[in-house]
Design a protein around this ligand. Sequence first.
Ligand SMILES: Cc1ncc(C[n+]2csc(CCOP(=O)(O)OP(=O)(O)O)c2C)c(N)n1
Ligand SMILES: [Mg+2]
Length: 283
Amino acid sequence: MSKSIEELKSLTTQIRRDILRMVHAVNSGHPGGSLGCTEFFTALYGKVMNYQLPFTMEGKDQDHFYLSNGHISPVFYSTLARFGFFPVEELKTFRKLDSRLQGHPTTHEGLPGIRVASGSLGQGLSVALGVAQAKKLDGENSLVYTLQGDGELQEGQNWEAFMYAAGKKVDNIISTIDYNGQQIDGSTDQVLNLGDLHAKLEAFGWTVLEEKNGNDLEAVIAILEKAKTETGKEKPVAIILHTQMGNGVDFMMGSHAWHGKAPSDEQLETAIKQLYLEAPCDY
Ligand SMILES: Cc1ncc(C[n+]2csc(CCOP(=O)(O)OP(=O)(O)O)c2C)c(N)n1
Ligand SMILES: [Mg+2]
């Protein structure tokens, strides 16, 4: 059943609460990128993507999503749970031994919603392109969505995939880049400047859209819907989505420091107060 924008906005707050609780509980994991991509995931699973439950690996005649920057698994797992792929209770098992919710997504545990292992950066787009081409060969009209980190683009396999997608006219893919300007060791500018990413992707033959308000749910829905209208035109479609690492928690925002660090007990308490919900449904 389709949720209203107001319901989806509350859900982004709930997902942020989940992310912090999951990472805090095991004192490990990646809150920064997760908090920054919360609107993207909510928009995708709440409004934009065509999928059915129960989940099937093949997902015939359905849109698929591939997370390439697998370290932001907390936001992926919380989104899947909140949209009914598996019980919310299971978020408690994040990063525990024998859990289906490994620190980086894997497939052999059979967690509904996960179609590829990720965490070794750079591979997701290549995988998704294969799926997109298979869907075309099967005569499907479905779309394939991906998410990559901006720091992740320093991994060379992405550029092979960008070239391949345009060269083979894979026009049923919408590939979003989490453009938060941060990565594990500092800003992307300091570590390895991406230069004019928009111009580079265009030069590689992609249709490139850009959204400066990647933490505004309505703006994210709108840019994804616009991207859909650009599919089927013999060119792959990219969205450069400007987000803020750590968005929603004042002391985590905009710094690489929270790329992969858990909050202390006091920090969790402070953060949760900032993510107020009248009727939180914490697990
Ligand atoms: C192939 C590979 N190299 C290095 C790493 C270690 N690593 C994990 S996350 C990360 C930073 C990625 O930056 P970005 O994609 O911008 O993610 P963000 O910090 O914004 O969440 C690195 C280098 C990895 N997981 N895989
Ligand atoms: Mg980044």
